[in-house]
Design a protein around this ligand. Structure first.
Ligand SMILES: Cc1cc2nc3c(=O)[nH]c(=O)nc-3n(C[C@H](O)[C@H](O)[C@H](O)COP(=O)(O)O)c2cc1C
Length: 181
């Protein structure tokens, strides 16, 4: 059984490299339960881990038109599952281009929701590293708050469709062996 890391320094352990590699290439899976209790995986390329409010935290940026945004606003927890380097490319593409509003993306992408250890939201079984997070806060980035004009242009920001920043307290992080697909 892989060691589950807890304690003040656990977020800086080995899987930080895995996370950084994934976010800067094909992405990782952000999972949240929808209002019916169905898990929805969304591909993310933006995310940070660090210390916020004196606790280890994972922050993700989710645009307001995503189904995930609606779900996260009401959620008590979320998870982030990180593929092994170069793995799950098709699933990342599907979960990053299709909405879960009318589609079971776990099923469509051939992914398996597996129970998390400390939160209700499942993890993605086929992934190599996982973060389990308790929702803390979700401030919106208002248009007036964006001081760099190039950011507004590059991301085609308009009022009402900027990103929100979701802060989660990392309750657990661990690696799991690869699951055959
Ligand atoms: C590689 C990649 C990275 C992405 N990163 C983000 C992200 O960090 N934040 C975000 O809001 N959308 C991101 N997206 C777009 C969403 O994954 C995409 O709009 C998705 O279909 C939304 O699904 P949902 O409607 O089920 O929430 C990314 C897409 C890809 C392909």
């Amino acid at each position: 059984m892989p060691e589950m890391l807890t304690g003040s320094d656990f977020i800086w352990k080995d899987q930080t490299d895995l996370l950084w590699g994934a976010l800067s290439s094909g992405g990782a899976f952000l999972v949240v339960l929808d209002p019916r209790g169905r898990p929805n995986p969304m591909t993310i390329g933006w995310g940070q881990i660090g210390i916020v409010w004196s606790r280890p935290a994972f922050t993700v940026l989710v645009r307001q038109n995503r189904y995930t945004y609606e779900c996260l606003r009401a959620a008590e927890s979320f998870t982030v599952s990180v593929p092994a380097p170069g793995a799950l490319k098709d699933a990342l593409l599907l979960c990053g281009t299709k909405s879960g509003r009318g589609l079971d993306k776990f099923h469509a992408a051939g992914l398996t929701p597996a129970p998390a250890r400390l939160v209700k939201t499942p993890i993605v079984a086929e992934c190599a590293a996982h973060y389990e997070c308790r929702a803390l806060a979700h401030p919106l980035v208002a248009m007036d708050d964006i001081t760099a004009a190039d950011v507004i242009d590059r991301f085609s920001y308009v009022a009402g469709n900027t990103h929100a920043v979701f802060f989660g307290e990392i309750l657990a992080t661990y690696t799991t062996p690869a699951v055959a697909r």
